[in-house]
Design a protein around this ligand. Structure first.
Ligand code: BT5
Length: 257
């Protein structure tokens, strides 16, 4: 099964030609899902505040109004469904590049959908595919980046960081967005052109988690292992007592065995 029309070019139009910016939304992903049919590929839905920011698995994304980036990219890729998971890696590569450019520090991609700085979460990514019968109509890639927030709720304070907290500088969120969109284009085109190994390679250059112990939690079932590699479909390969397990969707905790 492929997404969209097979005759489409494997080169995506430039992202962000259309940016819809809102002072407040429930969630940029929810809004993108409401309007994706009426907007071209690459449209950005951005909000200064979200009243129902979403993480994965029903979790919440909390972001101080006016300080950070919260946006969704409407993608309409021509891709085999089994490669959709690579879009999270493409997004993480783009965000990591923009954070490196802005902070001159080394970010660290954490599979499947986080970017860390100094061991703390600076970005979360929520990719959601919209299916029309048995084909994919669009993929909404939601990205939250902590840019200028310096105080987090008590339970997040030890695990969250922002660009400003890391460097002491304030950042122009529009510039950070432009930098992410620019960095998105090349790995996204590589993915559309079938160069999945290139996408995986770019992601692996920006992670420290391979070779390290991880605890994977799949639907409440925990298993310990060593993260050894990323497969060409974006799955995390984990060496466990029962062999090498390809993990396509899970929560991963670093450093426990
Ligand atoms: C994610 O989920 O990390 C995906 C977050 C995606 C947010 C963007 S914002 C724009 C777009 N519109 C949306 O509604 N969502 C997307 P997950 O891996 O489930 O992580 C969620 C967890 O991260 C929460 O349970 C908290 O522990 C933590 N968290 C919440 N807000 C955070 C923040 N600002 N910084 C760091 N950690 C945070």
């Amino acid at each position: 099964m492929r997404t969209n029309a097979d005759q489409k070019s494997p080169i995506a139009p430039p992202l962000g030609l259309k940016i819809l910016r809102f002072p407040q939304l429930d969630s940029t992903n929810l809004h993108a899902k409401r309007i994706h049919r009426d907007v071209p590929e690459g449209t950005i839905i951005s909000a200064d505040a979200q009243s129902a920011g979403k993480g994965r698995l029903g979790r919440k994304w909390l972001s101080e109004p006016g300080k950070n980036l919260m946006f969704s990219i409407v993608l309409k890729p021509t891709l085999p469904v089994e490669r959709l998971g690579l879009l999270s890696l493409v997004s993480a590569i783009a965000v990591a590049n923009a954070i490196r450019e802005g902070t001159r520090m080394e970010p660290d991609c954490k599979w499947p959908n986080d970017v860390l700085l100094q061991g703390r979460k600076i970005c979360g990514i929520l990719s959601e595919a919209i299916f029309d019968q048995n084909s994919v109509e669009a993929v909404i890639v939601g990205i939250g980046v902590n840019v200028n927030q310096t105080q987090f709720p008590d339970d997040l304070q030890p695990t969250a960081i922002s660009m400003q907290l890391a460097t002491g500088r304030t950042y122009d969120t529009d510039q950070v967005l432009a930098s992410i969109l620019q960095a998105f284009q090349a790995p996204y085109n590589a993915l559309l052109a079938g160069q999945t190994a290139e996408v995986v390679h770019l992601w692996k250059q920006q992670t420290s988690m391979l070779g390290k112990p991880v605890m994977i939690n799949r639907s409440g079932v925990e298993e310990a292992g060593i993260a050894i590699d990323i497969a060409e479909n974006g799955a995390l390969l984990v060496q466990t007592e029962s062999g090498i397990v390809p993990v396509l969707s899970a929560d991963v905790t670093l450093g426990r065995l």
